[in-house]
Design a protein around this ligand. Structure first.
Ligand code: C2O
Ligand code: CU
Ligand code: CU
Length: 492
């Protein structure tokens, strides 16, 4: 293999080197281009999966096309896509294409944007993805149970040009609560949990299985797409001995930067693309550790270097930045300003076990919400609210929008987390630019569809309300969403 000086490696030559590499070490081939069309059939149906390795029992799961995660959907930027979804579950469902800026009627929120897909029926989703990047799909009906039983898959929208990396890898991370016999624990929608951290499980899978190690080769540059498809588990990933560089958040390219403290914070529903130059020692292994919850860190997997010599002597020096997507830049000076305040949840630390130790909770525990385990005066089943109002469930007809924006207006939202809990706040149909957090401006031109908020955080985000329709804004800890941490914003 040619390991000439990096600067003279042309993009094309580099890609060929990557292809050669795959053959030499017999890694599973990575499809680099989508199938000829942007057309998929996706069936939601029960199946069985071996999540925790050959020594552990199989698990009854709900899947898209028989696997967890569901079929990978690869689309091309700017080309029309057609996704025929068939419901073979015994309950209603829908598919939401999380993070893709698509027409409202294709957004997959039952009642709000489409009728639910009944058992035995199908729905055809058609849209043209404007942005390249890493997205995902999941149900938006009975979401807690449907996502919790495995219904989730990744969507990769390919850039118009190839990106110069040796390999493009996808890790769909999911959290499961398994019992001894391998089945999924009951008790979805536990009220206590809904008012705390949500249903955090006990088993984390990487592409549908507990991972011992992932094979890598010295010298290669990998684009690693991380997707947190968990119901509630927040992750903070550290790559021992490596320096991942974040190049995209929630599918949207940002200025390439190393994560603060080397920890990649990944709330539920978030995606982060990193570039990883594999500079480890051939034959060695390096842990990938999730240490988000104090005292509960675990090894997600290991990067296992093959014995053969590095494919190149020095890391590549071509730029890491990905091409930007065509997002409309909000005009901050004239933007309309609104505040959304997140309220509710438990105030008491009792009963949380080791889930949230010291250091995790940030500032004080006082301020709006519940005292000594008592609930705020919210309606039945509600534990949370946005601006004093609790919308519960998964979306339904006649949900009145909390705010209405004139199409084309620049909007600046201040999200205030008055609660003692973390919330990944997600907005449908748009990506927003995160401007500041707790008064400090956020660098790297970060666009997101899901903003992870620590307790008491105040986040300012701006976007152009250019996509007409009624759009959900909710916490992506699904128990929180179901228990009232949801609202609807209208672009008219
Ligand atoms: Cu993944 Cu309502 O969203
Ligand atoms: Cu979404
Ligand atoms: Cu939440």
């Amino acid at each position: 293999m040619n390991t000439e000086s990096n600067s003279s490696v042309s993009r094309r030559g580099l890609l060929q080197a990557g292809a050669g590499l795959i053959l030499t070490v017999a890694l599973p081939p990575v499809p680099t281009r989508a199938a000829e069309s942007n057309s998929y059939r996706i069936a939601a149906a029960p199946a069985r999966a071996r999540l925790a390795g050959p020594a552990r029992p199989e698990t009854d799961v709900w899947t898209y096309n028989g696997t967890v995660p569901g079929s990978l959907v690869r689309l091309r930027q700017g080309e029309p896509a057609r996704l025929v979804v068939e419901n073979r579950l015994d309950q209603e469902s829908t598919v939401h294409w999380h993070g893709i800026r698509l027409p409202n009627a294709m957004d997959g929120v039952p009642g709000l944007t489409q009728p639910p897909i009944r058992p035995g029926e199908r729905f055809v989703y058609e849209f043209t993805p404007p942005d390249a990047g890493t997205f995902w799909y999941h149900p938006h009906a009975n979401s807690l149970e449907q996502l919790g039983r495995g219904l989730a898959g990744a969507v990769i929208v390919e850039e118009r040009e190839s990106i110069a990396v040796d390999r493009d890898l996808l890790w769909v991370l999911a959290d499961w609560r398994l019992t001894e016999d391998g089945s999924i624990a009951r008790g979805f929608g536990n009220r206590m949990e809904a008012a705390m951290s949500g249903r955090v499980g006990n088993t984390v899978t990487l592409n549908g299985r507990v991972s011992e190690a992932e094979t890598v080769r010295g010298g290669e540059r990998v684009r690693l797409r991380l997707v947190n498809a968990s119901l509630a588990r927040i992750m903070a990933l550290r790559f021992e001995g490596h320096r991942p560089v974040i190049v995209a958040i929630d599918g949207q390219p940002c200025d390439a930067h190393e994560p603060e403290g080397g920890r990649i914070l990944l709330g539920p529903a978030m995606r982060i693309d990193v570039m990883l130059d594999m500079q480890g020692v051939p034959g060695k292994r390096y842990g990938v550790v999730d240490d988000f919850y104090d005292g509960l860190s675990y090894r997600l997997t290991e990067l296992a270097y093959v014995e053969s010599p590095p494919i190149r002597a020095h890391p590549l020096d071509n730029p890491l930045d990905l091409p930007r997507n065509p997002l409309p830049e909000p005009d901050i000076a004239t933007a309309e300003r609104h505040t959304l305040t997140l309220q509710g949840g438990m105030m008491s630390m009792s009963g949380m076990g080791g889930m949230m130790g010291g250091g995790m909770m940030g500032g004080g525990m006082m301020g709006g919400g519940m005292m000594g385990g008592g609930m705020m005066g919210m309606g039945k089943g509600a534990a949370w609210a946005v601006n004093g109002l609790s919308m519960t469930g998964d979306g339904h007809a006649g949900m009145e929008p909390a705010l209405t924006f004139q199409r084309g207006r620049s909007i600046m939202l201040t999200l205030r987390n008055e609660t003692a809990w973390w919330h990944p706040m997600h907005f449908h149909g748009h990506s927003f630019r995160v401007l500041s957090r707790n008064g400090k401006s956020v660098p790297h031109r970060q666009w997101q569809d899901t903003a992870l908020m620590a307790p008491k955080d105040v986040v300012e985000a701006a976007f152009v309300a250019d996509n007409p329709g009624d759009w959900m804004l909710h916490c992506h800890v699904i128990d929180h969403q179901m228990a009232g941490l949801m609202t609807v914003l209208r672009v008219a």
